[in-house]
Design a protein around this ligand. Structure first.
Ligand SMILES: Cc1cc2nc3c(=O)[nH]c(=O)nc-3n(C[C@H](O)[C@H](O)[C@H](O)COP(=O)(O)OP(=O)(O)OC[C@H]3O[C@@H](n4cnc5c(N)ncnc54)[C@H](O)[C@@H]3O)c2cc1C
Length: 414
């Protein structure tokens, strides 16, 4: 049985090109990712062969602008395609997100930002190299930002620092939870550019591609987490790493501008979990109908309690989809306050509901459904990770929603 699209092109009024790309992702997920997911989850190994196959399928370059040889997917198209991959392997979709953001943020998002003519020319000249590596060589980029302090939440400058030197930067620091560690060809880090005697400032955040093979780069620590095991998010240590200036993914000061004027960029962790929410629901329907491959053809759908549970899951899924679709559709530079508040609400809803749906799926389907031989057990564990992901954790979304609703920028109480 072929799964139907999460967002059907007719109902959600997707254009033909958008629908084709998303359809390609869905078929690829079902055919290639699903059969490999259990082994990598069990062994906590990175599914590098998925990324090699994505290269052949054109998925590594989905957000590379067309003039550089990619598919030029918009923010929304990428989000809908990523949800389809998340349905079949959460860890691959999440890792793919880290890779794709290095092209989406430097591509469609950067094209939407205000830049001087000089910044624009510099950016266009530099990104050619990154896109060529991806399109021609199948290079894989990652996105290690987190450091275990307040920086990943946007509350402080990054502790990883880049000291300007002849021809580039000398980078020192440590990144925790670095998905694709040991597998990526380039680590797209955020760090603070700081010359001798200068104080650290978020305005001087640099977005820099560190070649994995550069001297001074190492991966440490073990990786044996609850969920998203195949992301292999170990610790990345950078010790006196020389990074040429050409490796800048955005010109000086532009990342800070992106983070402040294009806030939906932080919604990009949510598509994976939208896919997991759909997967938990799909599993439940197939299981109760006695149609799930690998299980005896025993129907359990005739009990009223099961019917009510499926109905409640459907209500939650439809609510989640509707809000999230609206939020990913209205992503743009300088969004209105309403659009930003809706983005927080969408992120919170997807991250919390994915896990709530998976928990309800297990309770409804029963004991046999949580055996490790079936996908639901993995979906349950993977979906638990969504609300922990900075900078928009479920807690921080609630925090911002409350504060930014009640206070206009600059307002204070006496
Ligand atoms: C599977 C997985 C893969 C990941 N991959 C990556 C990756 O590739 N790259 C990457 O950069 N990160 C990645 N992360 C890291 C992730 O985004 C978080 O940085 C990480 O989970 C932080 O955990 P922590 O316990 O150190 O959070 P802490 O900083 O200790 O925060 C704990 C909680 O406190 C709250 N909190 C934090 N700061 C504030 C604040 N200023 N105000 C109010 N509340 C706050 C938040 O709700 C947060 O959940 C990944 C995480 C997971 C689970």
């Amino acid at each position: 049985m072929t799964d139907t699209p999460i967002f059907s092109p007719d109902a959600f009024r997707l254009d033909g090109e958008e629908a084709t790309l998303i359809d390609r992702a869905r078929r690829f997920g079902a055919r290639v990712l699903a059969p490999r997911a259990a082994k990598h989850d069990r062994e906590a190994t990175f599914p590098i062969e998925n990324f090699r196959d994505m290269h052949g399928e054109g998925l590594l370059g989905i957000c590379v602008p067309k003039q550089y040889g990619g598919s030029g997917a918009s923010f929304r198209t990428y989000c809908l395609a990523a949800a389809e991959l998340g349905r079949y392997c959460g860890a691959t979709a999440l890792s793919w997100n880290m890779h794709v953001c290095s092209t989406l943020w430097t591509g469609a998002l950067a094209d939407d930002l205000a830049m001087s003519a000089q910044e624009r020319a510099e950016h266009n000249a530099k990104r050619v190299m990154h896109y060529r590596r991806i399109i021609q060589d199948g290079a894989v980029y990652s996105q290690p930002f987190s450091e275990g302090g307040a920086a990943a939440a946007g509350a402080a400058a990054f502790g990883t620092e880049a000291k300007p030197v002849e021809g580039g930067f000398l980078v020192n620091g440590k990144k925790i939870f670095a998905s694709l560690s040991g597998a990526a060809d380039y680590y797209g880090i955020l760090c603070t550019e700081r010359a001798e005697g200068e104080s650290a400032s978020r305005r001087n955040t640099l977005y820099l591609a560190v070649p994995a093979q550069a001297a001074g780069v190492s991966v440490t620590g073990d990786w044996d987490p609850l969920g998203m095991r195949a992301t292999v998010s170990r610790t990345l240590v950078l010790k006196d790493v020389f990074v040429p200036a050409d490796e800048l993914l955005m010109p000086h000061g532009v990342y800070f501008r992106a983070a402040t004027s294009w806030p939906h960029m932080f919604l990009t962790l949510s598509p994976t979990y939208m896919g997991l929410a759909q997967a938990a629901y799909d599993f439940t329907v197939a299981y109760l109908r006695g149609e799930l491959p690998g299980t005896p053809p025993v129907k359990r759908r005739m009990y009223p309690t099961k019917q009510i549970a499926v109905a409640e899951m459907r209500v939650m899924l439809e609510q989640t989809k509707a809000l999230w679709f609206q939020a990913v559709s209205e992503a743009r530079a300088n969004p209105t306050k309403e659009q930003v508040l809706r983005a927080y609400a969408a992120q919170h809803t997807v991250m919390e509901n994915a896990n709530a749906l998976a928990a309800k799926a297990i309770r409804t389907c029963g004991g046999q459904s949580m055996l490790k031989s079936l996908a639901l057990e993995r979906i349950y564990r993977d979906s638990r990770c969504g609300s922990l992901m900075l900078p928009w954790t479920a807690e921080l979304c609630i925090d911002r929603l409350g504060r930014e609703t009640l206070y206009e920028p600059g307002e204070k109480d006496e």
